[in-house]
Each structure stands twice: as C-alpha cells, then as structure tokens.
Design a protein around this ligand. Structure first.
Ligand SMILES: C[S@@+](CC[C@H](N)C(=O)[O-])C[C@H]1O[C@@H](n2cnc3c(N)ncnc32)[C@H](O)[C@@H]1O
Length: 238
C-alpha cells in the first residue's frame, strides 16, 4: 500500500499547522494552566535560554500522566528554571518526592520562589551537578532499585543511553521513564545534509541511537508521542 502523505485524507497526524498548535494551547492548555505555572512560564520567557523550557502542553501532559499512574516517588534530570518540575510537584500527592538534578543551580533558583509560593517546594530535593555520578552511587545500593514510579529525562542528549542503563534499574516494574526531545527538532527524519543548527546536528545522532536502542529493549514497552519536541514513554515490564 502506498504511504499516505501529510495533509491527505487518512493521514494520522493532526498537527498540520502552527495555528492548530496555537488552538490547542489557547483552548485547552492555557485556560487550565495553574497560576504558578503561568507565572514561571512568563519569568522563563524573559531568560536568554528560554528555548530550553518544557512547553505548556507538555507540562499539562506530564501532570495528567503522573496522576494517571499515581506517581509518588519521582526523579527529574534537567531542571532549568523548573517548569516541568513545578508541573510534577503540583501533580504529586503532598508526601510525593522529586529528586531533581541539574548542573546549573542559578536557573533553578530563578523559578524557586514561584515553586515555594505554590507550596510544593517540600517535595523537591535539588542536587546540583552532573546526574550520572549520582545515579552511579544510587545503583550501588540495592535499596534504591525499583523504587521510582516516574523519571523524566530532559538534559544532555549525548548521555541518554548512559542514563537509560542506570535508570532501568531504578524505576519500578510498571513505572515509567520519559525521555524528552526524541524527535529533536524534527531532525531525526531530515536528510543528513539538510541545513540544521550546529547543536541540532551535534546531538542528532545520539537521539537517533537512543530511539533505536529503546525500540530494541525488551525490558520496556514504548510509546513515542509528538508532544513538545517528542517524548518517548518507556514502561518497565521486567
Ligand atoms: C532542556 S533543559 C531542561 C528543561 C526543563 N525540564 C524545563 O522544564 O524547563 C536541560 C537542562 O539540563 C541540564 N543539564 C545538562 N547537562 C546535565 C547533566 N550532565 N546533568 C544534569 N543536568 C544537566 C542543563 O543545565 C539544563 O538546565
């Protein structure tokens, strides 16, 4: 059967225009966005690296997912100013926990007053520094194995495979790891010689390798969603 092209009847992707994305934001995301998340989104928009923030529709998606799986013990690698962290903190029960890691504390502190005002800072343990050595230490202690309900990875793309090797032991069977940016600006489907920003080109191969590795990993079920820059959910099955 011939492939169905984008915008033909029968094509399964609904996002055919920027206007449609705007419609989603304005109709279903912004009207339900908690005030604190709106405030943090507006603070982040003024920061020079605002391109890094998790989008509002992805924040809403994470919030729904965490509630659906009744997540309580969670981890986040890659915090920036904390938009996804705040979405997580608001979605967890009062005794929920988030181990949050980032090499940059300054950006986290930009969002922290909003998180504190929202009354959810007590759920967060922030560790400044590279995440990999922390994971290595955690793995050494068997007590940490299988203890996380949800882990969100949104940091250095060239380390995702290294994260996966460790996180698969830390997430519980039935728990979920979410890898962000798995469509990497759409570059994963572009011709290798297509024009791309330098950083997009640099990380593209790492993201494509990760996508192949996740699809071949029998310990997880996967679902790649075109939300934000692409998020792949991995449910640990063994
Ligand atoms: C895309 S941003 C995270 C966005 C964030 N989830 C949000 O909602 O705004 C990526 C973050 O990963 C952090 N990062 C980069 N390398 C890291 C590493 N080795 N360990 C931990 N964090 C790292 C960066 O400092 C940056 O803040």
């Amino acid at each position: 059967m011939a492939e169905i092209k984008h915008a033909e009847v029968g094509h399964k992707s609904l996002l055919q225009s920027d206007a449609l994305y705007q419609y989603i934001l304005e109709t279903s995301v912004y009207p339900r966005e908690p005030e604190a998340m709106k405030e943090l989104r507006e603070i982040t928009a003024k920061h020079p690296w605002n391109l890094m923030t998790t989008s509002a529709d992805e924040g809403q998606f994470l919030s729904m997912l965490l509630k659906l799986i009744n997540a309580k013990n969670t981890m986040e690698i890659g915090v920036y100013t904390g938009y996804s962290l705040l979405a997580t903190a608001l979605a967890l029960p009062d005794d929920g926990k988030i181990l949050a890691m980032d090499i940059n504390r300054e950006n986290y502190e930009l969002g922290l007053p909003v998180i504190e005002k929202a009354g959810v800072a007590h759920k967060i343990e922030f560790k400044e520094g590279p995440a990999l050595p922390v994971l290595d230490l955690m793995i050494e202690d068997e007590k940490n194995h299988g203890t996380y309900d949800f882990i969100f990875v949104d940091a250095d793309k060239d380390n995702y495979i290294n994260y996966h090797k460790r996180l698969i032991d830390l997430v519980r069977v039935g728990g979920v790891i979410g890898y962000d940016n798995t469509l990497w600006n759409g570059s994963v489907a572009a011709a290798p010689d297509a024009p791309m920003r330098k950083y997009v080109r640099y990380y593209r191969d790492f993201v494509m390798e990760l996508n192949k590795a996740l699809a071949a990993d029998p310990r997880i079920e996967i679902c790649m969603l075109p939300v934000g820059d692409g998020i792949t959910l991995c449910r640990r099955v063994k």
